[in-house]
Design a protein around this ligand. Structure first.
Ligand code: NAI
Length: 463
């Protein structure tokens, strides 16, 4: 089938950028992104492209080029489903917070709602593409809903997981390492796969487009995230050993990364990984393994999460210990709240957990992040339900300037690796702080020697 109309359900961190790039690269395809969240759609339609709800370098330019031409954002989900030949499902799949599998399994209620809505509305054959990250064999459930509650039309289900990384989403989408498309191995399945291959082939060379069966595709996404997170937990585990032995984790990472079998990427020790995906996808993998009775497999991967939680807690403990075992009423300045640089996404950010620990110790936190709003930070803390919203508001102050946030602080903690932090006038910051002036560099981005020569007491990770 030659695709001329695409609908994407879910205008989030994946649906928005992915569809913007498809629209830019395929001017002959009409792309409509729909969402139930009216505010989110209004923000995507904001006349000033700088105000779109997701910050990614290069995204606002692409949106302003394609929006209104062949890229549309709407809340009319039924209409977009009805018109499209191909429907991407890109809704959230968070960890379940209730019932069976609570705290582990993926919550598929949003996926099921989409499937039921597609089944109700569709009057012609459709290709349904799983873009969300899903447990292996979810396509089976979607197919069953579509076939049994629909209007008798034919559906093909494809799995097309997204490998973009936030902060580099546009570059990753324009130049992906690979595109993965899983589908049925019969003739109809192959035709559906080819329709989606043709969409990507508008800008991705065919040797980078892999096609597999649906189950391999679904499981590959969980596996990729598990492997990536595992590298971070592995180097973080070594960082603790480095601190005890006098080794330097940056030197160790460089030495092992030059081994071509290991490679240099994802070997940066830090305060721990965050983001909406790694933890949720590993927990999901652990749950799936357990459900098949594969307890050793489950335990192996669960350790990646245990190590990550330990690394976050270790960071806040180190701050308390170094500040003479008390941070009560001390001002700790946080530079960064986003889970990584170049994004305004804060989901599962280490900053949230470190702040929560320090507020338990009665510290006063002052935060500066170039892209995260005060409301977002407070709602992240409120979500933990550790204390009342009022208590969070009195413990956390937000500044729109790093120098103000650091003024009169007893210590600074670097929680996100924003480039601008390396370019500050650190002498000026030092002069405005209580002495001794401590820095806890949770991302190992600052120049320790230079800071120490100014007078700071510098603490990095793993040295
Ligand atoms: P998100 O939470 O930013 O966006 C999901 C959107 O779907 C929300 O705006 C929500 O209102 C909307 N939605 C939910 N149910 C709906 C329904 N029935 N009808 C219409 N809209 C509905 O989530 P994000 O980050 O875009 O993730 C989406 C999926 O992509 C998840 O499965 C995630 O694991 C996966 N993924 C995320 C990556 C990331 O970097 N954020 C990378 C690769 C995959």
């Amino acid at each position: 089938m030659k695709i001329t109309k695409i609908c994407c359900i879910g205008a989030g961190y994946v649906g928005g950028p992915t569809m913007a790039v498809i629209a830019q690269k395929c001017p002959h395809i009409q792309v409509t992104v729909v969402d139930l969240n009216e505010q989110r759609i209004a923000d995507w339609n904001d006349p000033n492209p700088e105000n779109i709800p997701i910050y990614e370098p290069g995204l606002s330019e692409i949106v302003s080029e394609a929006r209104g031409r062949n890229l549309f954002f709407s809340t009319d989900v039924d209409k977009a489903i009805d018109e499209a030949q191909m429907i991407f499902i890109s809704v959230n799949t968070p960890t379940k917070t209730y019932g069976k599998g609570k705290g582990m399994a993926a919550d598929l209620k949003y996926i099921e709602l989409c499937a039921r809505q597609i089944a109700r509305v569709a009057k012609q054959n459709k290709i349904v593409v799983e873009k969300s990250t899903l447990p292996v064999r979810t396509a089976e459930a979607i197919k069953s809903i579509l076939d049994n509650t629909g209007n008798g039309v034919q559906f093909q289900i494809l799995s097309n997981p997204e490998f973009l990384a936030e902060g580099t989403a546009v570059a990753d989408l324009l130049n992906p390492d690979r595109i993965l498309i899983g589908g049925d191995t019969n003739q109809e399945g192959e035709e559906a796969i080819n329709s989606l291959v043709d969409v990507y082939a508008n800008w991705v060379s065919k040797d980078r487009i892999l096609t597999t069966n649906v189950w391999s595709s679904e499981l590959s996404k969980l596996t990729a995230n598990a492997f990536l997170a595992q590298r971070i937990s592995s180097i973080n585990a070594m960082s603790e050993l480095c601190e005890k032995t006098g080794a330097d984790v940056n030197e160790v990472a460089k030495a092992i990364g030059m081994d071509s079998r290991i490679g240099p990427k994802f070997l940066k020790a830090s305060v721990g990984f965050g983001g909406s995906c790694f933890q949720k996808d590993i927990l999901n993998l652990v749950y799936i393994a357990k459900s098949y009775g594969l307890n050793e497999v489950a335990d192996y991967w669960e350790q990646v999460i245990i190590m990550n939680d330990h690394q976050k807690r270790r960071f806040s403990n180190k701050i308390v210990q170094t500040l003479y075992n008390t941070v009560a009423d001390k001002k700790i300045a946080f530079l960064g709240w986003a889970f990584k640089k170049d994004t305004n996404d804060t989901r599962e950010s280490a900053a949230i957990y470190v702040a929560d620990d320090l507020i338990n110790e009665q510290a006063k936190i002052s935060v500066y992040d170039p892209k995260v709003s005060k409301n977002k930070m407070l709602s992240d803390l409120d979500y933990l339900e550790t204390r009342t919203g009022e208590e969070n508001r009195s413990a956390l102050n937000v500044f729109d300037n790093a120098y103000e946030a650091c003024k009169d602080a007893h210590a600074i903690a670097i929680l996100t690796e924003w480039d601008e932090f390396t370019m500050y006038d650190w002498k000026k910051i030092y002069d405005s702080m209580h002495k001794p002036a401590f820095i806890f560099d949770g991302r190992n981005i600052l120049n320790a020697k230079q800071l120490e020569s100014i007078g700071f007491v510098y603490n990095g990770i793993g040295s």
